[in-house]
Design a protein around this ligand. Structure first.
Ligand code: G6P
Length: 371
């Protein structure tokens, strides 16, 4: 009923709008009185964490893209090498694992069969397994050595939204915690990132306040057959997630690319009128940003319609953007928390305009419990 959906038409839309709260809840109580980061449900000791010399993240679907973002954050803050692998591929490549490998399994539902099988395999190899999960008492955290729960609340829409944002938060917390334990980052730097994280619920709200412009854009694209998404660095997984959302609920052909790969194939797909959504890295990372801008110029020169997600106050996109969607000013590693939101809104509105059942997309299940 509409009441269950807080007056929204879909659970998915309701869940998109719950994200400021979900992010805030996932950050709640993570700091001790002395300002140190604490992860209460984390059952791994500091000694065990100090011994970790490699992290392998396993996940499926949207959770896999959260894992890709985590790699950028963990390697930067902790200087520990991270691999990110699809659960369904992990076991079959005979991965190199031992007691000094931490396997991080990310799963909203905690029931994805491939991810469960992957952690069972990792544990037979004596690796420690940490679950990042949204469902208390589900199978994956039960079978893991440790868990960080996300606090998104129940997610009903088949396409994950608030699950994803809170997974990102949990990944940042894990990264900062490992940095704290290993001493790779100074305490004040960790505190600074925590402050930035604590500002994120407001930033997500700012993006949601601009939903109408994104809806208008989506409704103008009901005749579109294909959409491309471009990103770099932490914006690359966001591009992949934007494309996945469109496939899942709008049944549109959509692909996400690392912008640096354009010349290696994707640019051949560009024809006049093709919408290309571009996640522009924030200022402060100028090398990245400038390379992204040149990619945008190139697709635009070939007739693409460029829809650019750009930090507020950044006017360098100037003539290369047909449409600009403004993002709050945040560091590049945290930008996925805000940049993915317009992409969720875009997919939800476009699917609605096309007349699809957004909460129950054809052929998909909320959790995939068969391999
Ligand atoms: C299904 C859902 C996705 C989800 C994926 C992984 O495909 O439709 O939204 O991202 O499973 O699920 P998990 O519960 O393991 O995060």
């Amino acid at each position: 009923s509409a009441a269950e959906k807080d007056g929204h038409d879909w659970f998915m839309r309701k869940e998109i709008f719950e994200q400021p709260r979900a992010v805030a809840d996932s950050l709640l109580g993570r700091r001790s009185r002395t300002g140190r980061l604490q992860l209460d449900e984390m059952r791994l000791s500091d000694d065990e964490l100090r011994d970790i010399d490699k992290i392998i993240i396993i996940a499926a679907g949207t959770s896999f893209y959260a894992g890709m973002v985590a790699k950028y954050a963990i390697e930067h803050w902790c200087r520990v090498p991270v691999e990110v692998e699809l659960s369904s591929e992990f076991r079959y490549r005979d991965p190199i694992l031992d007691y000094s490998t931490l396997v991080v399994a990310i799963s909203q539902s905690g029931e994805t069969a491939d991810t469960l099988q992957a952690i069972r395999h990792a544990r037979t190899q004596r690796s420690k397994v940490l679950a990042i999960c949204n469902t208390n008492g589900s199978t994956i955290p039960r079978e893991s050595d440790a868990v960080i729960y996300t606090h998104a609340g129940p997610e009903i829409g088949v396409a994950s939204t608030k699950g994803f944002l809170t997974q990102l938060v949990a990944c940042y917390l894990l990264a900062l915690y490992v940095a704290q334990v290993k001493g790779t980052r100074y305490g004040d730097e960790i505190a600074e990132v925590m402050h930035q994280l604590e500002a994120m619920p407001d930033h997500v709200q700012t993006v949601l306040d601009g939903a109408d412009a994104v809806y208008q854009l989506a409704r103008a694209h009901t005749g579109t057959r294909s959409v491309l998404f471009l990103g770099r660095h932490a914006g690359y997984p966001v591009a992949l997630e934007g494309a996945l959302k469109l496939k899942e609920i709008a049944y549109l052909h959509a692909e996400g690319f690392a912008a640096g790969e354009l010349k290696h194939g994707p640019i051949a797909l560009v024809e006049p009128g093709l919408p290309v959504l571009c996640v522009v890295p924030p200022r402060g990372r100028d090398q990245l940003r400038e390379k992204m801008l040149s990619g945008i110029q190139e697709v635009r020169a070939r007739g693409a319609q460029t829809i650019c997600l750009v930090e507020e106050g950044d006017d360098s996109i100037g003539p290369y953007a047909d449409v600009v969607i403004r993002l709050p000013s945040v560091p590049v590693l945290l930008q996925p928390l805000v940049s993915v939101v317009p992409l969720q809104l875009f997919a939800c509105e476009l699917a609605t305009a096309l007349g699809h059942d957004v909460d129950q997309p054809r052929n998909l299940a909320k959790s995939v419990t068969v391999e």
